[in-house]
Design a protein. Structure first.
Length: 161
């Protein structure tokens, strides 16, 4: 393309941007999630692979006994580590229950799109952990693997709630 054709394309592209902005704007959740993902990205962590997500299977959602509803079950894998989590609703509170396999006592951080500071916890010797979820639209976990002095981090992808 020559310079004359570039000059003709600029007004056309501006008009198309304006048209899409008016008639098909980017949803606010998409903008917030993208901003959070870029803000929390770390190059020093390995990304865990999503193996299963009950939100992708409508038949998997069911009520448990009592007044506890499992909103979502998600499984991630990174090398030998498997991270199983359940997000439960009890009244207005949401709780994340997790289990690491193989079981290990380790540091875990929950990052949320609505909070600047991660919530830290530690799994028990059986690899179990529990975190009260903040009011957020998306979360992800960081799990320390290895010894405390030189731990490698495993991160899950963002989980929309």
């Amino acid at each position: 393309m020559d310079e004359h054709e570039d000059d003709q394309l600029d007004p056309l592209l501006d008009e198309l941007r304006s048209l899409f902005k008016r008639h098909d704007p980017v949803p606010p959740l998409v903008t917030r999630s993208a901003t959070a993902a870029l803000g929390w990205r770390r190059l020093d962590a390995d990304l865990a692979e999503l193996l299963a997500d009950s939100a992708l299977d409508a038949d998997a959602l069911a009520l448990a006994r009592g007044d506890v509803a499992t909103l979502r079950s998600v499984t991630f894998s990174a090398g030998a580590l498997t991270i199983d989590i359940e997000i439960q609703l009890q009244g207005a509170a949401r709780t994340l229950l997790g289990k690491l396999s193989p079981a290990a006592r380790t540091k875990i951080e929950l990052q949320s799109s609505g909070e600047a500071t991660p919530i830290g916890t530690e799994s028990d010797r059986l690899g179990r952990f529990r975190i009260k979820l903040p009011a957020a639209s998306s979360i992800r976990l960081r799990v320390a693997v290895g010894n405390a002095d030189a731990a490698n981090w495993i991160e899950t992808s963002w989980i929309p709630l």
